[in-house]
Design a protein. Structure first.
Length: 161
């Protein structure tokens, strides 16, 4: 993904419309990809703006190139809250489940229902499992979208030792 939702919110509205039309698998893969990209941008803006940072985040075998590594790094650096960390980890597990299964890959699956039920979100009465998942993606991505522009690069000259 290369869309900069934090620079153009109209792209974000289009994305939300897009995942409504997707299959369950497509919605999960798209939502997880969005969060993975946003975490990469958040980390990139925090670390120094140098080639070594880009190498850590992008390319084959990049140490912070996976969704899992980005979640842990963002949390370790204090760029996401404990609750966001827990929810994004659950999104990753949901994504992995749907990416590696071929049978019963919908939100009707009991394992997925359990994972989605454990998401810490505001639920509407009568919301479906997919609604809960979409609400989680929306909630986290909005928080990240507004946080990304405020993150400053780390610089040894600005640190107090």
């Amino acid at each position: 993904m290369t869309n900069k939702f934090y620079e153009d919110p109209s792209l974000y509205i289009r994305f939300l419309d897009h995942i409504k039309e997707e299959t369950d698998r497509g919605a999960v893969l798209s939502g997880a990809a969005l969060l993975e990209e946003m975490l990469g941008e958040l980390i990139s803006r925090f670390l120094r703006n140098v080639k070594s940072t880009k190498d850590l985040l992008n390319g084959f075998n990049a140490p912070i190139g996976t969704f899992s590594a980005r979640i842990k790094m963002a949390h370790s650096l204090g760029l996401i809250t404990d609750e966001e960390y827990e929810n994004i980890e659950k999104v990753r597990k949901i994504r992995n489940f749907l990416a590696h299964e071929w049978d019963n890959v919908s939100f009707d699956n009991q394992d997925l229902k359990s994972l989605c039920k454990s998401l810490r979100i505001m639920r509407e009465d009568g919301s479906s499992t997919r609604d809960d998942f979409n609400q989680c993606i929306k909630s986290i991505s909005i928080q990240l979208m507004f946080r990304i522009p405020s993150v400053k690069h780390l610089s040894i000259h600005e640190q107090a030792f």
